[in-house]
Design a protein around this ligand. Structure first.
Ligand SMILES: Cc1cc2nc3c(=O)[nH]c(=O)nc-3n(C[C@H](O)[C@H](O)[C@H](O)COP(=O)(O)OP(=O)(O)OC[C@H]3O[C@@H](n4cnc5c(N)ncnc54)[C@H](O)[C@@H]3O)c2cc1C
Length: 375
């Protein structure tokens, strides 16, 4: 006889840890299965920090969803012995009239968010780390901030443990199949049965849901931490999270926190990782070169010696929005995927939605725009 649970959660990363905690909180017997460590940096929970940013929301409903996510993060933090969320404000800057600044302005106007428009010089006056070319314009939004993703996973898993959940790390799910009234899940250790399955396998999701092959894709993104010459300019109480559009690229970064140095990353949108098992973890000098060149030009006081580098799997969906749904042909299976643009920020509320869909078959959150067949 296989061990039987009410719900199995496949993948205990950013989204899966939230789902396990939410399900345990509702009194069900939940088993979380994770192939690596809890947490680990070989998936999408790498890089020490994740932004929580309101300036790239597209829909009025996204505002309430993100605010709900923030409430849930705060609630989790109140239960945990380390801080999870910092509010720093957010900066979106680029050549006047180009997409990043225009879209940030539009998001603030349309969704009634507080913001300030700053010139390049105005930005440098307030935050001396910046050196922008002429003609740059900036949107400062005071509610932005960052999360500590690995710490968030730990906090969700600790909460789930307190509520009686079982989580097994270093146990890889090999496959699942529907049963009459449930599912059977086979791992490289054992086999389990449950009434319901939640698939939160991030970049590996298409391996378990054929319909998402080519829909959920991923790319290798590298971050570098550079020692600042003037550390005070990059301190988290004085330096908001940021995105900078250059004539050819989009860069992003965070203040100093959890590791020495300020963080620099680049959104590439290459979707080049065909097999997440075969992706090259070790960052190279070639990975760092464009980040360092960018830092030298736009943050000259931040481009000191390298402190750290990391690569991760940034997940993409065709419209870069969340995917959360039950499988039409197997309603006992729910899936939740957060893309790299915003996936972690929403992970807490995705856990809540997945628990709703799994236990009630519906949710009060407006999620039709995140359905599998929306395309
Ligand atoms: C470089 C980078 C930049 C990002 N930028 C942002 C950003 O700006 N804003 C933002 O909000 N988010 C960002 N994200 C994305 C965010 O981190 C993810 O959306 C978030 O971590 C949620 O991911 P997930 O839970 O879907 O995947 P993961 O956290 O990777 O979790 C999936 C889990 O499933 C496990 N798993 C897979 N296969 C199996 C199996 N066979 N058996 C058992 N377990 C399995 C994996 O090991 C993993 O732990 C970024 C991610 C990266 C990598």
């Amino acid at each position: 006889m296989s061990e039987r649970h009410d719900v199995i959660v496949l993948g205990v990363g950013g989204t899966g840890s939230a789902a396990v905690a939410q399900l345990a909180d509702r009194g069900v017997d939940v088993l979380g299965l994770e192939r690596y460590d809890v947490p680990h940096d070989g998936g999408s929970v790498n890089g020490l920090l994740r932004p929580l940013r309101l300036t790239d929301i597209e829909d009025p409903a996204d505002v309430s969803l993100l605010r709900r996510a923030e409430t849930l993060w705060r609630d989790l933090e109140a239960d945990h012995d380390r801080r999870l969320l910092y509010r720093t404000g957010s900066i979106d800057t680029g050549p006047r009239g180009r997409s990043l600044v225009e879209e940030a302005k539009l998001a603030c106007e349309e969704h009634d968010l507080e913001y300030e428009l700053l010139s390049g010089e105005g930005l440098t006056d307030r935050y001396p780390a910046y050196r922008l070319p002429n003609g740059y314009e900036t949107v400062y939004q005071p509610e932005g901030g960052f999360l500590r993703p690995a710490e968030c996973v730990v906090a969700h898993v600790n909460r789930a443990h307190r509520l009686g959940a079982t989580i097994r790390a270093r146990e890889r799910v090999v496959n699942w199949r529907p049963l009459d009234g449930g599912v059977r899940v086979e791992t490289d250790h054992d086999a389990y049965e449950a009434d319901r399955l939640v698939v939160t396998a991030g970049a590996w999701t298409p391996a378990f849901v054929d319909a998402l092959d080519g829909i959920v894709t991923s790319e290798r993104q590298v971050l570098t931490w550079l020692q600042p010459e003037t550390p005070g300019h990059f301190a988290r109480d004085r330096f908001p999270i940021w995105r900078v559009q250059t004539p050819s690229d989009l860069f992003y970064g965070y203040p100093t926190d959890s590791a020495p140095g300020a963080t620099f990353g680049r959104s590439t949108n290459r979707n080049e990782v065909r097999d997440p098992d075969a992706f090259e973890h070790e960052p190279t000098q070639a990975d760092e070169r464009p980040l360092r060149e960018f830092a030298r030009e736009y943050f000259p006081a931040g481009a000191g010696p390298t402190m750290r580098m990391e690569s991760g799997l940034a997940i993409t969906t065709p419209d870069d929005r969340l995917l959360v749904d039950t499988l039409p042909e197997h309603p006992q299976v729910a899936i939740g995927v957060g893309p790299s643009e915003s996936g972690f920020a929403y992970a807490s509320v995705l856990g809540e939605i997945l628990a709703d869909l799994t236990l009630e078959g519906e949710t009060d959150h407006d999620v039709e725009r995140f359905s599998i067949d929306r395309a």
